[in-house]
Design a protein around this ligand. Sequence first.
Ligand code: NAD
Length: 499
Amino acid sequence: MTETAILDHYVGGSAWAGTSTRTGDVYNPALGTVQKQVRLATASDVSDAVAVAVDAASSWRNASIAKRQQVMFAFRELLNARKDDLAAILTAEHGKVISDALGEIARGMEVVEFACGVGHLTKGAYSENVSTGIDVYSLRQPVGVVGIISPFNFPAMVPLWFFSIAIAAGNAVVLKPSEKDPTAANWMAELFSEAGLPDGVFNVVHGDKESVDALLSHPDVAAISFVGSTPIAKYVYETATSHGKRVQALGGAKNHMLVLPDADLDLAGDAAVNAGFGSAGERCMAVSVVLAVDSVADALVAKVSERMATLRTGDGTRGCDMGPLITKVHRDKVASYIDVAASDGATVVVDGRGIEIDGDPNGFWLGPTLIDKVPTSSTVYTDEIFGPVLSIVRVEGYEEGLEIINASRYGNGTAIFTNDGGAARRFQHEVTVGMIGINVPIPVPVAYHSFGGWKASLFGDAKAYGPHGFDFYTAEKAVTSRWLDPSHGGLNLGFPQHD
Ligand code: NAD
């Protein structure tokens, strides 16, 4: 048997093996084979990495804003120049097709560009003469060491959402990426070193629950940014806040797209297919449920099926539209919902099992699947399936559609398709979801707005990136200052008032 390569941690500016003897398999999902091992850190490895980060944070916080901006710009330029190399890593470990991998990098790079504006975004405010001769001003300081725990489905973009802003704001980072596709994290950390980031400011520790738990409870970690499934997000939020940390924990989703009778059905058909099957449905902003108003439902299902017939599923390096799922276990779980749908009385319009694949037969394949007339009582509707399974739920009209969306436990993204501006405006006002698309199926906000859902899709107050990102990674101080002049206020034991 040939030995597989082992991916080390990246700590203090170089690869580091740590002390653990445990490793995890990293697959190529398009081939179904293990391509490397990744180290799984112990709690003591995490502690060592945090100690390196604490040390680095103490000087990085004092680096001038100009210096930090220069490093951010250099990182952005290197990332842009070498994005094809990173995209190849994403495709090899996640399976998403190359064009989608490049899209993920572009959306992550937007946040790096936004973070280059750190000088403007961390400015405080100044009020002169709040009382005679007294000024009040606020300033924002880095919180220290930030722990970032990221999911498998965006191995580059989600870490970029967080570490770009945390580092620009003057913090040091310990990133624990998904153990399923971990290589992108090391690649980005090495690139940051090349861009001039001091050693120890950006560290990567690989692992599973043991390393996550160590970060959540470590006394020197000030803030935790987590993205993953809802049960883990809730656990992370509760555990880390109980250890006194500020926490943002983004969870799972079940995103609905409401199609009203006056919608452009060709636009809606394209949107449902793009948002349902892009990245094999492994996106937290994927559309997984189309709420079709009865009068147009048959026409919409026909348009969606026609478009699905043109999709090519296969190896992401071969110009296909859709790649494999992340693991065999996940593929089998997603596929099992097709039987559940049939037994719950839904109609399986397109069954993705056993379709022709442009790739190795051992890959973790499941073709695009369309299920109509899904009852909202079925687990096909209630569970986050996270695969290429698009459900159609038929509704009588706007009111019923809105009611279904607002009853969902998730509130990440949603979309309405209509040509009625009044209906769209009413929808944005009434829907209990954090990110809304109007004739736009995947409404991921640009980097200068913030990203985050409501309800079980986000635990904590701070969304990712945008203004929320800088607020989350900095602590505000308010200073009340008086420089002595010859006058003297005298004694006054009352609560300070202004005159
Ligand atoms: P996951 O919850 O299985 O894993 C996320 C991270 O948590 C990984 O780093 C993993 O190692 C760690 N982890 C797993 N089990 C753990 C445990 N028991 N204790 C502590 N840590 C644990 O999620 P995933 O399968 O990697 O990613 C898919 C999920 O992420 C989906 O639910 C998707 O909706 C969600 N997601 C949400 C967003 C968002 O912005 N809301 C974005 C991307 C993905």
